[in-house]
Design a protein around this ligand. Structure first.
Ligand SMILES: [Zn+2]
Length: 295
């Protein structure tokens, strides 16, 4: 990514950074290693997060939730993209004109969305807390960018690792351009994996709406569910043999769909089976994904 100096900003005071990664306003100098600026926060910071509280509980626009991702382009899944990466990429429209994307938590050794986003015509910028693949090292709670910089923001499997998701969402909102598209995937029913807050659909909705972002579509997973994620991550994942995992996964799915299949005379009623899958995913999806815009 060239000309990054144009939009890089001091994560403490959001003043533009000089080409030597120095902030003239607060006099912080950030190190650069192998041409990768290290713009991570280096000292404790006290920050106010303005939060719009509404006194209602449990309300969620279930009509915006589905099991299927919208197909917005003709990308096909490449070797090396996992399912959620491929689905997130397929939900992004092709860039018209010069469009800049940000990947928050892009990956330490490989920027997971870079290849796909470039194929869609985006200029990409990726940050992570560590590693040599990111264009810059940065903390999602203190994004080192000017306001209204990005046309598209992607983030997969990051928000559950944040200490204060509201602060990070406020920052995401700040660096997104008005009208920017936002595609996120956040852990819901996954085992602990050095993660702070796992998010239900209600939590993702609250997080976005309270920070001024409008969610348009939520995607829940029938395949990557609480049972499946527990088999592949954490304690069980490392211990149960693969053939046992397959039997267990299949049994859970068969059991979950059994009443709907009986009602639909074993397989006649597709709608009842789809409704049962959705109902299962509502409470057991491993992740919650969302497509949103900053209005
Ligand atoms: Zn500064």
């Amino acid at each position: 990514m060239q000309n990054t100096v144009n939009f890089l900003a001091c994560p403490y005071c959001i003043s533009p950074l000089q080409s030597d990664m120095r902030c003239n306003s607060c006099n912080t100098t950030f190190p650069v290693k192998n041409s990768q600026p290290d713009l991570r926060i280096q000292r404790p910071v006290t920050v106010d997060v303005k939060y719009n509280y509404t006194p209602e509980f449990g309300s969620f626009p279930w009509e915006k939730a589905s099991l299927n991702w919208p197909v917005m382009n003709d990308l096909t899944k490449k070797a090396g993209w996992d399912n959620v990466e491929a689905n997130m990429l397929i939900s992004v429209p092709k860039a018209e004109g010069h469009k800049l994307s940000l990947d928050i938590g892009c990956g330490h050794n490989r920027q997971r969305f870079q290849e796909g986003l470039r194929m869609l015509g985006y200029s990409t910028f990726g940050i992570d807390i560590d590693g040599n693949a990111p264009d810059a090292l940065a903390d999602a709670h203190f994004l080192p960018f000017a306001d209204n910089t990005f046309d598209l923001i992607m983030s997969s499997a990051v928000f559950e690792h944040l200490k204060n998701p509201f602060l990070a969402m406020k920052e995401l909102h700040r660096v997104a351009k008005p009208g920017a598209k936002i595609v996120l995937c956040i852990a819901y029913n996954e085992p602990f994996h050095i993660s702070y807050f796992h998010h239900s659909p209600l939590a993702v909705h609250e997080l976005m709406v309270s920070m001024g972002i409008t969610p348009h579509q939520f995607i829940l997973s029938w395949e990557w569910n609480s049972f499946n994620s527990n088999l592949h991550m954490g304690f069980a994942g490392s211990r149960m043999p693969a053939f046992m995992q397959k039997i267990f996964e299949k049994s859970v799915k068969t059991y979950a769909l059994f009443p709907a299949r009986i009602k639909g005379l074993l397989k006649g009623d597709r709608k009842k089976v789809d409704a049962a899958k959705f109902s299962f995913a509502r409470s057991h999806s491993g992740v919650v994904s969302v497509i949103a815009t900053k209005d």
